[in-house]
Write a protein that binds this ligand. Structure first.
Ligand code: NAD
Length: 255
């Protein structure tokens, strides 16, 4: 308990899945949490859960991480409410399916806009309110480490997030700000359901079975398991980690 006491965190994509689990976990450990999401209701629900369950401080923010003006306004609001920002979890992301032979240009651009440009824009905005010290956690994927069929845009966008993390880690080390990236294996969330269904030619159970064979641990991950990794990276316990790529993936990339 209280591993983040007195800290201010901003979590993007906090209205669902991993982002919601992380926002709740950060709050349970004592952080004031700004829950940012494209979906107003989703952001508000997570913020309300924090206020109710943890008696914590929270603020719901509605913004598109790929829109610079939106993000600057939202991040400024969070900083005004809580005084500063110590932790930024760049978690918001979207999938995009298809090989390069069939991928749509609009899908490709959106995938990069949210996953890569969003990480840049949110970090730039938050850095104006971070002092000397703090933690930025970027969201990658095992798709950055191994090839995934029919996932060209997503694999390359997450690869860019890993490269961006290393670059940010070097630039921000003199300020005492650590930057790391989490590359999770498959976690059952609303984001992944269409992909699992497609993998099973429309049958979710078949898609799940085809996916599970890739996981030595014999199951998919949970949002809470990824949130636990984010909590560690956010906390002072990770004080010597920067530029690191952490892969909570049930052994998927160990093969
Ligand atoms: N679920 C997995 O298996 C898995 C594995 C590896 C990496 N990831 C990554 O983890 C992150 C979270 O995934 P999830 O599975 O929890 O997804 P999710 O779809 O359950 O939640 C994503 C949240 O982000 C929000 N969002 C989407 N685009 C946004 C935008 N432009 N601006 C602001 N908010 C936006 C959505 O509204 C949603 O609430 C993503 O970056 C994803 O790529 C997920």
């Amino acid at each position: 308990m209280n591993r983040l006491a007195g800290k201010v965190a901003l979590v993007t994509g906090a209205g669902s899945g991993i982002g919601q689990a992380a926002a709740l976990r950060f709050a349970a450990e004592g952080a004031a949490v700004a829950t940012l999401d494209l979906k107003a209701e989703a952001a508000a629900i997570t913020a309300m859960m924090i206020a109710k369950e943890d008696d914590g401080q929270s603020l719901a923010l509605v913004a598109d991480v790929s829109d610079a003006e939106d993000i600057e306004t939202a991040v400024d609001l969070a900083a005004r409410e809580f005084g500063r920002i110590d932790i930024l979890y760049n978690n918001a992301g979207v999938n995009s399916s298809g090989s390069v032979a069939v991928a749509e240009e609009d899908d490709w651009d959106r995938c990069f806009a949210v996953n890569v440009k969003g990480t840049f824009l949110c970090s730039r905005a938050a850095l104006r309110h971070m002092g000397e010290g703090g933690s930025i956690i970027n969201q990658g994927s095992v798709s950055a480490m191994v090839g995934v069929p029919n996932f060209a845009a997503y694999c390359s966008a997450k690869g860019a997030v890993v490269a961006l993390t290393r670059s940010m880690a070097l630039d921000l080390a003199p300020r005492g700000i650590r930057v790391n990236v989490i590359c999770p294996g498959t976690v059952y969330t609303p984001l992944m359901e269409p992909m699992l269904r497609a993998r099973g030619d429309g049958d979710l159970q078949v898609g799940l079975a085809k996916t599970l064979v890739k996981y030595p641990i014999g199951r998919l991950g949970t949002p809470e398991e990824i949130a636990n990794v984010a909590l560690f990276l956010a906390s002072d316990e990770a004080s010597f980690l920067t530029g690191s790529v952490i892969t909570p993936d049930g052994g998927m990339t160990a093969q």
